[in-house]
Ligand binder design. Sequence first.
Ligand code: B12
Ligand SMILES: C[S@@+](CC[C@H](N)C(=O)[O-])C[C@H]1O[C@@H](n2cnc3c(N)ncnc32)[C@H](O)[C@@H]1O
Ligand code: SF4
Length: 442
Amino acid sequence: MIDCLFCITPYTDKTLPLLGPSVLSNVLKKNNFTSKVLDYNIELSKVYTDIFEGESWDDISIKFIKHEELYSNFEFIILMDKWVQEIIDYKPKYVAFTLFTTYMAYVVDYITKKIKEKTDIKIIVGGSSIKRFIEVLDIKLNSSVDLYDHIIIGYGEQTIINILNGNVIDKIINVETPDFTLTETPDFTDLNLNDYEHSFALPGYTTKGCTNNCPFCVIPLLYNYVELPMDRVIKDCSEYIDKYNIKFIEFQDSIINARFSRLDDLCTNLIPLNIQWSALWRIRKNIKEQTYKLLNQSGCNTLSIGVESGSEKVRNDMNKYYSNQDIFDNLDNFKKYNITAHLMLLVGFPSETEQDFQDTLNLLTEIKEKDYIINSIEFHHLVITTEEMKIYKDNENFLDGPRRYDVMKQHLIDIDFIVPDNQKIIELATERLFTSLRKEID
Ligand code: B12
Ligand SMILES: C[S@@+](CC[C@H](N)C(=O)[O-])C[C@H]1O[C@@H](n2cnc3c(N)ncnc32)[C@H](O)[C@@H]1O
Ligand code: SF4
């Protein structure tokens, strides 16, 4: 008998364990409940080549959006049924699923249906893609929110305790601000860390939410910006070093430089730990030299930046008010202080014209010529929810995204940048877009 089982389901990334379940599991343990984290995504990663006949991990992602092939893959169904039985055998009072991305929706819903057929175990769902999950339940999975006992939008710490204490009757609960006195150092002891591709690293976080409000981004809709107390951050990092022998932390904050005095303080506190770390970074103007020095001294290794577009007009429309010169200034300093950059781009924003798109290609060429330390460039096609679609649907430029995406990919190959094959993202994005449009029309 166990109070709560946290299940991570395919399909998601296999570089690192997800943070959310390990945080919430420890919150429960510290409140005298029994809990455990199971990672079925990583279980699949060990056997998927047999089940999906030699396809790569990236290739199989699309099956978790277009489900037809999963329905008829008996080996995969047998595997999911094995997971269902294993979950039931633990005799949990609650099973908690994290919807980190919508790729996970199919397996979560399959397992939930099976559990509900056989038992009265309660099911709780939460995570960053939870709003989208609610949308796809009826339109893609022939399912319903009725199947789920509690759906948590936003922060989970307080609510999961309240649910397990039997103090919650509402089905859908919205929590925009967390009670950080409750949050705990993530507990990864249930997982075999050697199973993950980045077994040299662990994920951490120092803030949650974001101080900005970009119109395409789900973060400001779900989480108010909050900072973990610095002693908690340092306690987490020290525990990673002492307990797991980890010396590289991948911070998962939406932006590590939301407040510079806080970032300087973080770096100062990290220096004695002698670790290396990576994080997400937002381009800013007039950054003090001292900040870059501290980044370097504290072991900052890689920063990922949402550059999104080469057009300043489009970036302004995205609430990203910085010039191309600001991008160059930040990258100059990264190079000076030996920090690698990972760039993220977004094509198909509603106000993007052909000229704006051309500006993005020109910016990439210019970045290449300046010889910065760029380890990779990742590009996305805009993905939005039905709610957001209302703002965009009248814009004729919108559907140009996939075509631009192909042009950009070719351009990146031509200028010899490392380009991940993101064809799947186009298909996914297009699929989501048309599903949204259909719903609008209905
Ligand atoms: C780290 C990260 C990644 C890493 C993941 C590495 C890893 N294995 O951990 C990488 C870089 C691989 C990644 C990839 C992608 N990501 Co990502 N990622 C993030 C990021 C920055 C942090 C997640 C995190 O760890 N947060 C910290 C933990 C503590 O918070 P949490 O998970 O939200 O959990 C809290 C609550 O959600 C809730 N909760 C969570 N689970 C549960 C369960 C229950 C039962 C309850 C009650 C509550 C609950 O309580 C927790 C504590 O408060 C988020 C943005 C963000 N800042 O959250 C984007 C984010 C989740 N990613 C996103 C996207 C789109 C992607 C990609 C699809 C991008 C792409 N186009 O390729 C891929 C998908 C990969 C895949 N196949 O799954 C989007 C999701 C948007 C959406 N709703 O659709 C986000 C929100 C970023 C964004 N602004 O767009 N990502
Ligand atoms: C956490 S954000 C970027 C890091 C940092 N917060 C910033 O703004 O520079 C991650 C990236 O995912 C992409 N992204 C976010 N929301 C998206 C959406 N709705 N559709 C497509 N891509 C999206 C964008 O390229 C974005 O830069
Ligand atoms: S700055 Fe980054 S995380 Fe914040 S709202 Fe914009 S895209 Fe999202």
